[in-house]
Design a protein around this ligand. Sequence first.
Ligand code: SF4
Length: 500
Amino acid sequence: MGRVSCMANILLIKNRKREYTDHFLAVSPPLGVLYLAAYARDKRPGKDVFTIVDERVYAKTSREWEAYLKDLRPDVIGFSSMSIEQDQVDYLLPVFKRALPQAKIVIGGPLASSSGAGLLDEANIDFVVKGEGEIPFTGLLEALDGNEDYPLDRIAGLAFRDDSGSIIDNPPSKNRADLDALPYPAYDLINLQDYVGRDRMTPVRTSQLYAPLFTSRGCPYHCIYCHDIFSGKFRAMSAMRVVDEIEHMINAYGVHEFEVYDDIFNLDKQRVKDISAEIKKRGLETCFTFPNGVRGDILDRETLEALKDMGTVHMAFAIETASPRIQKVLRKNINLKKIRENISIAADLKIFTWGFLMMGLPQESRRELWKTIWFAASSKLHGAYFFPVVPFEGTELAQKYEEAIESDGEKRLWDYFSPEGALGAVGPRELAIMHSLAFFLFFFNPWRVYLIYTSGVAPFRRLVSLALGLVRYIAVDKVFYTLKTKARKVFKFRITPRTA
Ligand code: SF4
């Protein structure tokens, strides 16, 4: 295995999804690669030079990439990719290898965690980093430097081909990073201003500088559709460490708004209250959004008030289905009565609430689908996303889908806009109609307009921005995307017989 030079030149790329128009791209600062760079710099001071390219902000053509790579000449190129972004990874790999055959290509992020060593079937990938990336990626850099304390086959979470071409798939690490000891993400490597005013995970745009926060990892629940990157054990930064990072971001970058990405920020209620109290004690001016969702049925009024006190303006509730039977199938087991109550309390506290709901779940009947739509429409949610089910590789749900769908031998590239309807009682065409109807029934009613108008800050701006967003989604993006997908299928159909 070749070595990299003494001072390694490392390029980290946050991928985009190839097929979507720019309208579909929710773009937030790439926290995963920011943590990787910060951790490696902390453990290997002075040994590496990092460059970060966020493709969702700076998209390049293959020709531009080739020119860029030949100029930068990185020794190591790391892709951070979601499963849904695999189309772009597949597209870029040959371009990168052609431009820089000597550079080591590493894949990390959710795609690597769910697909694992299987990604090495693609000859242009040198290493796969599964699970949490900080420790194995830094170990890999040491190994590439020739440090004998880091033999490749001992780096937990790493998969690669040895000199004979055999795949070595190291088991995941049992040692997880100590979250309190993590350095702050390397925000000096990006320009936070690039992320202002774009579509982001938080559905209501602000024009302020903001930064992500990721204060805990792991979740003790075991929903069948969820990833297992961080294991089933909840680990959290202490309240002090969280507020230290917030204060650092205020002082170093002038950031006061924070987008929290935790899977389950509110599991430890006392920690939430301590964070809120500490922010107040230090007199920090802060604003928070929780676009990744909270566990809505374990909240209570006291915790919601603490969240409001620290400046929470938006919170998503991951409901998924209003059918208790399907809740059991998913092993989510949300208490629907409780979550409805908490949505109501949050809305009364002027927290802009948003619901996540899924359509096309295993065994789901037409009646249960309508029940879910009605649950959302009759709640105090200000907004909602109805997602066609996207089963990600490596989850129990994906396994169910693979068993149910007759495989045509082609790699499946799932997306959020084409309902498959493979496991429910409702077929894809009807599901697609119900999916559009769900949005229509939810948003186009006076109750919703009233709720949004009375939701607190800048209600009129929120209404206009939501209305414009919906018009764009239905009239432009959904239609355009569907036509584009259909056109590609027709085009493929015409070409294939001639080249076969
Ligand atoms: S509660 Fe949320 S984070 Fe936890 S396993 Fe279920 S979906 Fe995943």
